[in-house]
Design a protein around this ligand. Structure first.
Ligand code: F6R
Length: 241
């Protein structure tokens, strides 16, 4: 695993945006694997800036998102579809028909999970996947558990994740208790993975992730098995290594 430690969140975001920009320039019809949460917002801002400066063209880009709460409507301002539209898609020339977020309103959940997985394969796989990391080491919504799922599936959120995500909702009770998420193998199908972390609250998870052992108690530690992963994190997130 390649590790880049940055001074702060801004530098982490700038370097991550440069890596994404590189892929889009080299392969205009690339497939991007995207994440939500606080961490990638600066990177998305960097990509929007590059688009406005005329450096990037998203017209042929496709994207696939890691996860979505369940159940949640796409126009709910806490949904990950809403987040993606507002943080990135509305500000660049991507065709929204080419952007795929798991269906948080699906009545047939199994079919929705299969459809998401099939979409990734149909697009020819993800060229570059961005991940954040949970304080408990989760990636996507693959929470620490004895057994992890390979492919897109419905999962329950842990208490720790519900608490961490409560900051986006009016109250903790409002945080959905379930999500649809890509599995470990869905993430591993990406040709290249960038994982971002910022702040002291991620330090414990980053320490476990780069410890040189792998454990399903820290799903991010499994990334050690992927041939092309770059961790870009700031000094605070790296402070316990
Ligand atoms: C989001 C996702 C989650 C987040 C993680 C970190 O699509 O899959 O795994 O990346 O919970 O969230 P933040 O960035 O808000 O600390």
């Amino acid at each position: 695993m390649k590790i880049i430690v940055t001074k702060n969140y801004e530098e982490m975001s700038r370097i991550a945006a440069e890596q994404f920009a590189e892929v889009i320039k080299q392969k205009p019809a690339c497939v991007l694997g995207l994440a939500t949460g606080s961490t990638p917002i600066g990177m998305y801002e960097g990509l929007i800036e590059k688009y406005r400066a005329g450096e990037l063209d998203f017209s042929a880009v496709h994207s696939v998102n890691l996860d979505e709460y369940y159940p949640i409507a796409p126009d709910n301002d806490q949904s990950y579809r809403y987040f993606m539209n507002h943080q990135l898609f509305d500000h660049v020339n991507i065709d929204k028909a080419n952007t795929f977020v798991p269906d948080g309103m699906a009545t047939d959940v199994e079919a929705a999970c299969r459809a998401h997985e099939d979409k990734i394969d149909e697009l020819g796989g993800i060229d570059l996947q961005v991940l954040g990391i949970g304080q408990n080491g989760h990636i996507g919504f693959n929470e620490p558990e004895e057994n992890l799922q390979c492919f897109t599936h419905l999962t329950g959120l842990t208490e720790s994740t519900i608490k961490a995500n409560a900051r986006f909702f009016a109250s903790e009770e409002d945080v959905p208790k379930h999500a649809l998420t890509m599995g470990i193998q869905s993430v591993f199908k990406a040709r290249k993975i960038v994982i971002l972390a910022s702040g002291k609250s991620k330090a414990e998870a980053i320490k476990t992730m780069v410890s040189g052992t792998i454990t399903t108690a820290c799903p991010a530690s499994l990334l050690a098995l992927h041939p092309d992963v770059t961790l870009i994190c700031d000094e605070d997130a790296y402070s316990l290594v």
